[in-house]
Ligand binder design. Structure first.
Ligand code: RTP
Ligand code: MG
Length: 137
């Protein structure tokens, strides 16, 4: 069994897409092992998006991801990391197939509704950043 970190971003909570998105995860057969609604601090944003800290879009990304509540999850299933990434669609919603979360609910790259870990290393790092061991069922 593989675990991934999955998050509904502030635009998703603001637009009341939480139920819709969680429903897709559940219907796919993936298991939610941990979940919380929280507001990301500047400090956590820098850690979570450390790989992008020197990119030109970083300050906008940090501003956005800290702008409202997110719903953070640990999602488990066989091949969960790749499966969740495929369910999300491409980073740029304009490139995302209809039927994917971003393909169905997003219009722009800087408001793309969800995050999912992109590799086993990211999954381990991100789960550890957002959850303590006793929060994971
Ligand atoms: P995420 O980490 O949020 O799940 O998104 P991702 O893996 O699909 O994309 P990533 O390359 O990790 O980028 C993180 C977020 O930064 C914003 N971004 N903007 N303007 C741009 O060229 C650009 N590139 C990336 C996006 O909001 C992306 O989700
Ligand atoms: Mg990423």
């Amino acid at each position: 069994m593989e675990q991934t970190f999955f998050m509904i971003k502030p635009d998703g909570t603001r637009r009341n897409l939480v139920g819709e998105i969680i429903s897709r995860i559940e219907k796919k057969g993936l298991e939610i092992k941990a979940m919380k609604m929280m507001q990301i601090s500047n400090r956590l944003a820098k850690k979570h998006y450390a790989e992008h800290i020197d990119k030109p879009f970083f300050s906008d990304l940090k501003e956005f991801i800290t702008s409202g509540p997110v719903v953070a999850m640990v999602v488990e299933g066989p091949g969960a990391i790749k499966i969740v990434r495929r369910m999300m669609g491409q980073t740029d919603p304009a490139e995302s197939t209809p039927g994917s979360i971003r393909g169905d609910y997003a219009l722009s790259i800087d408001r793309n509704v969800v995050h999912g870990s992109d590799s086993p290393e990211s999954a381990e790092r991100e789960i550890d950043l957002f959850f303590s061991e006793d929060e994971i069922i």
